[in-house]
Design a protein around this ligand. Structure first.
Ligand code: CMP
Length: 139
């Protein structure tokens, strides 16, 4: 089915001017970028977004990193968009990411891993709603 998923190009990637290269991979995979904006989160805003990881040992580091520079938040649309995006992103840890994936090519470490993508339909909905109004989604 046609789905929508939420995506972030993280500070390590915007810092290295990789927005276009990452978007090219998303589009080549058949994902349509139906909304996109460049923003700079506060640590508090990052903390709300990643609240599900609050108890993890890396939570503080994660929020600090996500607020360390600009990010690009996006909504991607396409056939099985959630799984397709996770496939093109590759494994969370770039050392385990498959050849040709975004994280294999661009990620620096498990923390500085260049992209985020929603893991399920309910989280995709929540994450999209945190950053975008309905009017900003142009399918
Ligand atoms: P993401 O898909 O954005 O969701 C949660 C993020 O936490 C994940 O990508 C990683 O970047 C980060 N993360 C996961 N495990 C670790 C870890 N062991 N150390 C630092 N960051 C981590």
């Amino acid at each position: 089915a046609i789905q929508r998923t939420f995506s972030i190009i993280k500070p390590d990637a915007t810092a290295r001017n990789l927005t276009g290269a990452i978007n090219a991979k998303l589009e080549a995979a058949g994902l349509r970028i139906i909304a996109q904006k460049r923003i700079h989160l506060t640590q508090a805003q990052a903390g709300v977004f990643y609240a599900v990881h609050k108890e993890r040992p890396f939570y503080g580091e994660l929020c600090e990193f996500m607020a360390s520079g600009p990010i690009v938040v996006q909504v991607l649309e396409g056939e099985d968009a959630i799984a397709k995006n996770r496939e093109v992103m590759g494994a969370t840890n770039p050392a385990e990411a498959a050849e040709g994936t975004i994280r294999k090519e661009f990620a620096l470490s498990i923390g500085e891993n260049s992209v985020h993508g929603s893991d399920a339909e309910d989280t995709a909905k929540e994450e999209i709603a945190y950053f975008f109004s309905g009017l900003e989604l142009v399918g």
